[in-house]
Design a binder for this molecule. Structure first.
Ligand SMILES: Cc1cc2nc3c(=O)[nH]c(=O)nc-3n(C[C@H](O)[C@H](O)[C@H](O)COP(=O)(O)O)c2cc1C
Length: 187
């Protein structure tokens, strides 16, 4: 069975990031994927301590809520990451998680991917309608995943959520669902 790991960087359980993540998840589930979800807003998550344990070990020395994610990623066929845009960047919660993914690359200067070959979909939601607002950070984050050797299947940037008439369009919703399906079909 295909395994998919979800990382949700939004504190809002019914926010737009969560809704789109649900759609991708539903698409993957419709193809019988096994889903493991990590809520990056969990208070049991510690930030990277800069101990550099992961430079010589494939894993992290911190024993907390995120510790099981290393095995989950190792076993995963695909990863789905979502975050709102706060101050033109991913949320603080998502950034804390990103730092904790440092074990995905080994060595000191060579940064060899330790777990390449995963499919990844990224989801971002922002209040402003102008896609340029979050674009630089989204590009940066997607490039980090490329450095990990993960293959970006789709990156959804949902803009304009603060518009009083805003609703996720049928088209975007379908795109997210189909992304989830394709994630499994392409494995
Ligand atoms: C602290 C904070 C900072 C934000 N900064 C931005 C921003 O820089 N640009 C923007 O377009 N929207 C910004 N927003 C709005 C969020 O991106 C928007 O509410 C988005 O829909 C949140 O995602 P969610 O619906 O998944 O919770 C900010 C919201 C908060 C709470």
């Amino acid at each position: 069975m295909s395994k998919v790991v979800i990382f949700n960087g939004s504190p809002r359980k019914n926010g737009y990031t969560a809704k789109l993540l649900d759609q991708v998840t539903n698409g993957a589930k419709s193809k019988s994927a096994e889903i493991i979800e990590f809520d990056l807003n969990d208070s049991g998550i510690r930030g990277c301590q800069g101990c550099y344990y992961c430079r010589t070990h494939d894993g992290c020395a911190i024993q907390d809520y995120l510790q099981p994610m290393y095995e989950a990623i190792n076993e995963a066929d695909a990863i789905i990451f979502g975050s709102p845009i706060y101050y033109h960047q991913i949320t603080g919660q998502a950034k804390v998680w990103l730092d904790r993914t440092f074990p995905m690359i080994g060595g000191l200067g060579d940064f060899v991917p330790r777990h390449p070959g995963k499919k990844i979909i990224t989801i971002f939601a922002q209040g402003g309608a102008d896609p340029k607002i979050g674009a630089d950070d989204i590009n940066f984050i997607n490039n980090v995943f490329a450095l990990y050797g993960w293959d970006l299947t789709d990156s959804i940037h949902c803009c304009g959520t603060h518009d009083s008439n805003f609703a996720i369009s049928e088209e975007l919703s379908l795109r997210a669902f189909t992304d989830g399906e394709k994630l499994i079909r392409h494995l």
